[in-house]
Design a binder for this molecule. Sequence first.
Ligand code: ZN
Length: 221
Amino acid sequence: MPLKYLLAPSILSADFTRLGEQIAECEVAGADWIHVDVMDGHFVPNLTMGPFIVEACRRATQLPLDVHLMVESPERLLEAFAKAGASHLTVHVETCPNLERTLQEIKALGCAAGVTLNPDTPVEAIEPVLPMVDLVLVLTVHPGYSSQVFLPETTPKVAALRRMLDSIGSPARLEVDGGISAQTLPEVREAGANAFVAAHAVFDYPEGIAAGIKALLEQLD
Ligand code: ZN
């Protein structure tokens, strides 16, 4: 039986003066995970949030916290994010000289281990670690900022990773992140993704968060 589709609102587009309230609204509206985009101002130009915010999210919801580390040398921060309450820690292949060891460290901390890659990085870069990961994240925009336009050239990557995961019988989640809306979601769903990050399409939806989530969930029925 295919895995259920999961929706993961990214708080990158949330109103931080009302963060707890907005996370609760996501939960009530049917979100499955809360996605946290961590940016360090080095690996990507933008600087966003650290373990303090993850800890605040942990107090605001029971949902799994899906933490995406867009940072140089992520291994130095894994323990702090795990202690703050992260459920999943996803690292970029571009930042991990010893990717296998970093993924083992994540598992040893009791978190689900995720790997991700930039739009310009070929899928072969992560192929060796696919048997050991719980989550594969495909960046469908260049990382760094919210409200970007989905890059259709990333869809074949989703399809390629779906084939690779199926060929090894992996139950790992295949997640997409960047420019996902009710309009772009069907394309990546058809390509084999089963977890969907959305920031702008949830938090900036004209009729509000609950309506934004509903519009996305309608594409997952
Ligand atoms: Zn992300």
